[in-house]
Write a protein that binds this ligand. Structure first.
Ligand code: PEP
Ligand code: MG
Length: 577
């Protein structure tokens, strides 16, 4: 086969060269048949149970070692289901009494239990339904002789090939072995892409056809810098990319020299260069990359890749760890932002036609208040361990903000009445990611302590272009004057009220956007930790005054392309001066 090159969206920088590992869910088709020997069929079922259980034991141990106790607990719960006589005995009974094949009996009994548990108005029971579904899939695969992929068991260097990766799939990847991934769907701001950047794994998403083109085991080159995937490369190509990889690593080493430098423009303007994180483990990367704080802690990852809600204690531990490790530097924690491409199967929410426009984030929290209050209590209790700021996601109306803030203050008062210490200096802000809020920023600015502009969503809602859909990814236009004007409105509104404005969408780390944002007066730039040093090196060479002087011209340009051309020309001149 000749080497073949596929084009996608470079979602996480870096180059990887490794064998392909296809991560795909096989189709498990169950047919009903009458069996000859009941005894043989029961034995076949027992054998599948045994195989599944030894596989789960191995996965559990591996997950414990490589991914931590949390992830291992999922598999421990699955092992319990596998040995539960209430599930196993009726299956054997059906094999015997109906003389049917084990696959059919298993499917019938499992579906009965799943339906029963799902119908119960009890979170715990609903979670059991999800466990039964997972476990029966594994046993069924053994009975049918089909292999199901176990990404947490990967133990050699690979590049993952998948139609899509959910954030929880991504959370289970072991970065020791997973050198990169590439998907058919997705865009630069889909959450698997964002996770790839925080794990510092090169990724190319939105290739449309990668699963159709790449077989298991074939050598692949992944270039996350240009969004290229090369299948079955020649020896020369491998050499060429090894050299490219070395150049990129050398460039990174140059940037690394700036790790302890402050971020000050050529004309003396300090801006805060902070990081987006998903888990407390990400703090290591923030510190290694010289982050001056955390501008966005996406707490929903604490809720994902598990079978039930995290307790107040678990959350408290996570928030406290992050605050302590940041040693008094600002940490902006965003309350739960579930929905869109981030699902929590155990909440069992009905499927929606337009999940990005649906019952999500603050909308869901204001309705499921027990869950929201638990998170707020954990945050408030942790607040004395560092410099905490709390922000609410997806605020569309002032009413939502007031309600969320009132709940926060209620929980604070309750804690204080219980004699629990809570910081008195927590700033309370909002994400500006819905156009209505950007337009009303002057009104919001009177009541919030700060804004953090979430351009990933702000752009998708302003341009009406789904951030997950690679067919409309050309409409992800951070330099479109429409977006820049909204950003200006938000920054100006904040400053008029003496508040600060940050940005935590991917645009904050974008090379072309950075000079414009500096010119607009953005106070805080929050990005993947892996982008911080590159952004610092760029900001050190820019003049705030010069950039401010071109803002009017930029905002009156007609297209994103025109803006991009102008900024690139200016930067070339800067380098030559
Ligand atoms: C955003 O929308 O820009 C943002 C930072 O939030 P998320 O990407 O998690 O939706
Ligand atoms: Mg968002």
């Amino acid at each position: 086969m000749m080497a073949q090159s596929l084009k996608g969206i470079g979602a996480s920088a870096g180059i990887a060269i490794a064998k392909a590992y296809r991560l795909e869910e096989p189709e498990l088709v169950v047919e009903k048949c009458v069996i000859d020997s009941i005894e043989a069929e029961v034995q076949r079922f027992d054998a599948a149970l045994k195989q599944s259980s030894s596989e789960l034991e191995q996965i559990k141990e591996h997950a414990f070692k490589e991914l931590g106790e949390d992830k291992a607990a999922i598999f421990a719960a699955h092992l319990l289901v596998l040995s539960d006589p209430e599930l196993i005995n009726p299956i054997k009974y059906n094999i015997k009494s109906e003389q049917v094949n084990a696959e059919f009996a298993l499917d019938e009994v499992a579906n009965m239990f799943i339906g029963m548990f799902e119908a119960m108005d009890n979170e715990y029971m609903k979670e059991r339904a999800a466990d039964i579904r997972d476990v029966t899939k594994r046993v069924l695969a053994h009975l049918l002789g089909v292999t199901i992929p176990n990404p947490s068991m990967i133990s050699e260097e690979v590049i993952i090939i998948a139609a899509d990766l959910t954030p929880s799939d991504t959370a289970q990847l072991n970065r020791h072995y997973v050198k990169g991934f590439t998907t058919d769907i997705g865009g630069r701001t889909s959450h698997s892409a964002i996770m790839a950047r925080s794990l510092e794994i090169p990724a190319v998403v939105g290739t449309k056809t990668v699963t159709a083109e790449i077989e298991n085991g074939v050598l692949v080159i992944l270039d996350g810098l240009t969004g290229t995937v090369i299948v079955d490369p020649s020896a020369d190509m491998v050499k060429e990319y090894e050299a490219k990889k070395a150049t990129y690593e050398a460039q990174k080493a140059e940037w690394a020299k700036l790790v302890n430098e402050p971020t000050v423009s050529k004309d003396g303007q300090h801006v805060e260069l902070v990081a987006n994180i998903g888990t407390p483990e990400d703090i290591k990367g923030v510190l290694e990359n010289g982050g001056e704080g955390v501008g966005l802690y996406r707490t929903e990852f604490l809720y994902m890749g598990r079978t039930q809600l995290p307790t107040e204690e678990e959350q408290f531990d996570a928030y406290k760890t992050v605050l302590e490790r940041m040693e008094g530097k600002p940490v902006v924690v965003r309350t739960l932002d579930i929905g869109g491409d981030k699902e929590l199967p155990y909440l069992d929410l009905p499927k929606e036609m337009n999940p990005f426009l649906g019952f999500r984030a603050i909308r869901l929290c204001l309705e499921m208040q027990d869950m929201f209050r638990t998170q707020l209590r954990a945050l408030l209790r942790a607040s004395t361990f560092g410099n905490l700021k709390i922000m609410f996601p997806m605020i569309a109306t002032l009413g939502e903000f007031r309600q969320a803030k009132a709940i926060l203050l209620e929980e604070k008062a309750k804690l204080k009445a219980e004699g629990i210490a809570v910081s008195e200096t927590i700033e309370i802000g909002i994400m500006v990611e819905i156009p209505s809020t950007a337009v009303m920023a002057d009104i919001f600015a009177k009541e919030v302590d700060f804004f953090s502009i979430g351009t990933n969503d702000l752009i998708q809602y302003t341009m009406a272009a789904d951030r997950m859909n690679e067919r409309v990814s050309y409409l992800y236009q951070p330099y479109n004057p429409a977006i820049l004007r909204l950003v200006k409105m938000v920054i100006d509104a904040a400053h008029k009220e003496g508040k600060w404005a940050g940005m935590c969408g991917e645009m904050a780390g974008d090379e072309v956007a950075i000079p414009i944002l500096l010119g607009l007066g953005l106070d805080e730039f929050s990005m993947s930790a892996s982008s911080i040093l590159q952004a610092r090196s760029q900001l050190l060479n820019l003049s705030k005054a010069e950039m401010s002087s071109i803002i009017e011209q930029v905002l009156n340009m007609t297209t994103a392309e025109e803006v991009e051309r102008l900024i690139k020309e200016i930067e070339v001149k800067e380098v030559l001066v």
